[in-house]
Design a protein around this ligand. Sequence first.
Ligand SMILES: Nc1nc2c(c(=O)[nH]1)N[C@H]1C(S)=C(S)[C@@H](COP(=O)(O)O)O[C@H]1N2
Ligand SMILES: [Mo]
Length: 220
Amino acid sequence: MSDDQIPTDSKLTTSKRRWAAEGKFLTGRVSRPETERLPPGQHLVKNWPVLDLGVQPQISLSSWRLDVFGFVEKLFSLDWAAFQAIGQSTHVSDIHCVTTWSRYDNRWEGVSTRDLLDLVMPTAEAHHVLLTSYDGYTTNLPLADFAAEDAILATAWEGQPLTGEHGGPMRLVVPHLYFWKSAKWLNRIELIGADRAGFWEKNGYHMYGDPWREQRYSDD
Ligand SMILES: Nc1nc2c(c(=O)[nH]1)N[C@H]1C(S)=C(S)[C@@H](COP(=O)(O)O)O[C@H]1N2
Ligand SMILES: [Mo]
């Protein structure tokens, strides 16, 4: 298809085309045969365990903010209404926790990370993201992984608002990495050039955390 046949109906379409053209998002999603759905060393659970540093911050929707800054063309400090206005998406995906439990078919609703990125427009220098949460937790991942097709800034799970213990009002979900990368109570997204270790990454966990390569600890 030649370029002029692609509809140019909106700014969003234009920036999505630009991102696609630059090839930034091409590494985000790997399709796997069903027999490889459960990563090595994992077992399935039906419940949903709660894991965190022990502090579960309570954030009212009126005081909640999401700051996006660093290597972006536009800085944002979004309140709840502005965040919702980006647009809603739904993704069904599996959870793989480094403590060896996995949980299939979680239905998430919220804002696709790609839709947020289309708004802020990362600059050419942006290669990784460093996430900071309301409990002081931090974690890092490559921008391409943050921008995976099924990565979502989730505000609901199975049709209900995300509970406080699981990171409500909003948490990240990046299904193809171990769940410690999926920051609960997310507050700040910094687009950075060189990778910087977050909380668990400084404490022995792997910088990337691919469940299918069992990248649990920094020497795996
Ligand atoms: N803000 C914040 N996010 C966090 C954590 C945390 O302590 N604080 N723990 C991580 C870890 S190690 C895991 S396994 C998952 C657990 O999410 P869950 O409690 O919803 O199962 O959250 C991740 N995100
Ligand atoms: Mo974890």
